[in-house]
Design a binder for this molecule. Structure first.
Ligand code: IPD
Length: 274
């Protein structure tokens, strides 16, 4: 198994780096944008090409592996996680940033086996940030070990949150309420526009906690392992275990910080599961 993971990792990393050039080379070009699920949920030609490159390359080498890819699911493919090796792909996480040329977007690729994360790769080619993790082997940024912060209290924390891609009025009420509650209790709130990169901020100790309602499994699959391998926690915003298809999660540097935040949050109304 260990050798298999090494092989899976090497092949995946090589493909991610190749795909990264597509994002980097086109960052400042004008993109033609399609609207996906509505509101500001965008897709570009690059999202589709990156996903195809990864799926083609991985399935040539590992024909029995399964895939959950953001754009394939948008095109009608199933989003189901079985015990079989499954690559979970967000080809461009932070598509809105990419459309605007804001250099904070990435490829997020996770491998799950028996429904547990084994490999996580998040690559922002615009800023040459490569985050990697293999289960039980630590988390790394450009090959250097990273660790979450030691912050345990909200009053010492920098929080990341996102508005997401929906313009739902009910969701905005909840976002506003959480924002009003948290600003005076914390040292600051940030919103960078890529769920995967937000998770790496927690993993590298640049932020202490990040939560979001409305994410999909492809936004968080690689980040889960990177945060955990960096010593952080990954839970449901109500405090329990995460249901990975439930489209809500919270990751934090420490359990006590996560517990304190969970007690303050207004829980978002249920969204349809992945
Ligand atoms: C989105 C981004 C955004 C987050 C959304 C995601 P996409 O992913 O990560 O920051 O708020 O929930 O859907 O559409 O750019 O791949």
């Amino acid at each position: 198994m260990e050798n298999d993971i090494e092989k899976f990792y090497e092949v995946a990393l090589d493909l991610v780096k190749q795909a990264g050039t597509l994002i980097r080379d086109r960052l400042n070009e004008k993109k033609s944008v399609e609207i996906k699920s509505g509101d500001i949920d965008f897709v570009t030609e690059t999202d589709k090409q990156v996903e195809q490159l990864l799926i083609d390359g991985l399935s040539q080498t590992f024909p029995s592996h399964n895939f959950i890819g953001e754009e394939s699911v948008a095109g009608g493919a199933q989003c189901s996680l079985s015990d079989d090796p499954t690559w979970i792909i967000d080809p461009v996480d932070g598509t809105l940033n990419f459309v605007h040329g804001f250099p904070h977007s990435c490829i997020s690729l996770g491998l799950f086996i028996k429904k547990e994360p084994e490999i996580g790769i998040i690559y922002n080619p615009n800023l040459e940030q490569l985050f990697t993790a293999k289960r039980s082997q630590g988390a790394f940024l450009n090959g250097k070990r990273i660790h979450v912060s030691d912050v345990t209290k909200l009053s010492d924390s920098l929080i990341v949150f996102e508005n997401g891609t929906s313009r739902d009025v009910e969701k905005f009420k909840v976002l506003r309420e959480n924002y009003q509650t948290l600003v005076p209790l914390t040292q600051g709130m940030r919103s960078l526009g890529s769920a995967a990169l937000n998770m790496t901020m927690v993993a590298m100790g640049g932020a202490d906690v990040y939560f979001e309602y409305g994410t999909h499994i492809w936004d968080i699959a690689a980040g889960e392992l990177i945060v955990k391998e960096a010593g952080g926690v990954f839970i449901d915003p109500s405090g329990g275990d995460v249901d990975r298809m439930s489209r809500r999660f919270l990751c934090a540097s420490t359990q006590s910080l996560a517990d304190e935040l969970c007690k303050k949050l207004v829980q978002y109304y249920p969204v349809p599961r992945d």
